[in-house]
Design a protein around this ligand. Structure first.
Ligand code: MN
Length: 251
């Protein structure tokens, strides 16, 4: 079982979730939402062979955390995995879109100058702008677009740019999410929970529930569930090796 986008530090009982994930899971990518949050979290929930903890600066908190950008750029020197970062163009966060853009551009530029990073990227109502920035910095590394909800043409563009996609049960509960999953490049799709923000039947999705997407993808892709599980595992191992490599690399 693998989860490539989880806010494990934000579950009310994070220590227990961490202990259970450590027992049950093959891999968890713990994405934080702020540089200081990363510094605090990584002292308590340590990175292990199966749990990667990464520094991020979530676009929803760009205005509150902008002063932490320098810390993030500093932290990026020591870690291959970066996230959650990105842009959010939805009505609620659009007022700080310029600031979000400055922060995200700085992060991608820094990824490029460090020789490549692997980034878990938020792109709600802003996929075009995210892709435009990625294009400006060739060699930035590998983009994993999490919970992609934009249009089919933008998904195809992202796909042609070698982006990866992390999909979760919450995403596939919407008709648009299923339509997008249908046209994703199968060999670059991995599972995510996005818990505890993402919920199923009112409860936060747990890291070990990320793999439930296999059943939904099985009907979307018209493949036996065993074949989907094998594909997700193979893809997951490929992405995991990028995330845990000590050396830098391109996409
Ligand atoms: Mn998230």
């Amino acid at each position: 079982m693998m989860d490539f986008h989880c806010h494990l530090d934000l579950y009310p009982d994070a220590r227990n979730v961490y202990a259970e994930a450590q027992k049950k899971m093959d891999f968890v990518w713990l994405v934080t939402t702020s540089p200081r949050g990363f510094a605090a979290t990584s002292k308590v929930l340590r990175q292990t062979e199966s749990i990667v903890v990464s520094p991020g600066l979530h676009p929803e908190v760009a205005a509150q955390k902008a002063s932490e950008l320098e810390l993030l750029l500093h932290q990026m020197a020591d870690t291959v995995a970066i996230g959650e970062v990105g842009l959010d163009g939805s009505a609620r966060y659009r007022q700080h879109f310029d600031l979000q853009t400055q922060i995200f551009s700085a992060v991608i530029k820094r990824s490029q100058s460090l020789g490549g990073r692997v980034l878990s990227i938020h792109s709600r109502a802003a996929a075009k702008e995210v892709l435009d920035i990625l294009e400006q910095f060739p060699g930035f590394g590998t983009a994993v677009l999490h919970w992609f909800t934009d249009s089919a043409p933008l998904l195809r563009r992202a796909s042609s740019m070698d982006c990866w996609f992390s999909v979760g049960p919450a995403m596939l509960s919407s008709a648009n999410g299923r339509k997008l999953a249908e046209i994703m490049p199968m060999s670059r799709v991995v599972s995510e929970s996005d818990g505890p923000f993402a919920k199923a039947s009112g409860n936060p999705i747990m890291p070990w529930e990320a793999s439930n997407v296999a059943e939904q993808l099985s009907s979307i892709w018209c493949l036996p569930v065993e074949a989907v599980n094998a594909e997700l595992l193979r893809n997951g191992e490929t992405l995991r090796s990028k995330l845990t490599s000590k050396t830098v690399h391109g996409s």
